[in-house]
Design a protein around this ligand. Sequence first.
Ligand SMILES: *Cc1c(COP(=O)(O)O)cnc(C)c1O
Length: 425
Amino acid sequence: MSDYTINTKCVQGGYTPGNGEPRQIPIVQSTTFKYDTSSDMGKLFDLEASGYFYTRLQNPTNDYVAAKIAELEGGTAAMLTSSGQAANFFAMFNLCEAGDHIVSSASIYGGTFNLLAVTMSKMGIETTFISPDCTEEELNAAFKENTKLVFGETIANPALTVLDIEKFAKAAHAHNVPLIVDNTFPTPVNCRPIEWGADIVTHSTTKYMDGHGVAVGGAIIDSGKFDWMANAEKFPGLTTPDDSYHGIVYAEKFGKEGAFITKCTSQLMRDLGSIQSPQNAFYLNLGLESLHVRMPRHVENGLAVAQFLEKHPKVVKVNYPGLESDPYYEVAKKYMPNGGCGVVSFELEGGRKAAEDFMGKLKLAAIETHVADARTCCLNPATSTHRQMSDEQLEAAGIPAGLIRISCGLEDKKDLIADLEQALA
Ligand SMILES: *Cc1c(COP(=O)(O)O)cnc(C)c1O
């Protein structure tokens, strides 16, 4: 598929049926797989042969869809997880352990902030959060001896800041660690972080990739570019023998292209078990088949709504990287020349109270803890997804208490604007 454009890869990537085989990817609804001899199966357990034995580790349906996503992002290997949370946790935990350190953009999804600041911190992994707008000096100063990775979101949910991927990749590589980018909002249709230096890409496939609000899921994609062996002392999990697989050294046996995903599957998925169900992988693939058609419409609606809100007298501020007035306009244009996504955030005069009143009056846009599906929805992060954060933390993450996030769906923009207009009146 590598010669085709991303549009064609969305439709036909990952799976090519043979003669007389199903045109659509089969849902392999089976927990287990049959072998003729114990030694056949034993080779799989030793990672000496590739194949399926138990769906917690691998399933053909998931593999077709992961292969498509790897093609879309321009990576060498990928895996699906049960959620975006699992994807980010697995991607990071595949590289660090108690006593290690992470540098992360402060402007990230609330769930990922909790994962780093609360749960991984309890596991002995510390994170330094840094503004995505930091200078190169500030960014370099955040690194420590034990830093194992850098993390950021292409377009942050819900702050809508845009990551300068090249700046973060440069700093990560200067310190011999990889950059992990959560590319959920733009999707590979609008941005491919690997082309700008990211080493690992993650997704909450729950959002635009699924696109219809039907299945929670995640994905991890490896660029295959990071040289683990050249930084062997930093990444012993990849570069020293794994006793649970008869002393395999992942980076030697599977090379730069395969080591990361193989270790993540055969250790973390084996032990922590957060696989995506094959049925959900099937739904995800249906979403992917139209991703390249849907994203431009989300962008068109997002821009129209942002432009309408910007002119409205009751609106104090609009965040949308596609607006010329937005501080991220230039950086967004560089990384996402065709636009980013359909999510817009804004503040009304009157803060939290005005936000709640306004949202209660909307007819088309539903109040939901969701973004990025076909139906327009909205949310006040301070009273929902981010309610665990203090006002100070909210400010630092660029999320004032009165902020409303609206995720523009695939409806007609005229109807969306009319809905906003009546609610504002
Ligand atoms: C939603 C989201 C997540 C978490 O994904 P789930 O599928 O809800 O677990 C992670 N990162 C970003 C940017 C998100 O929008």
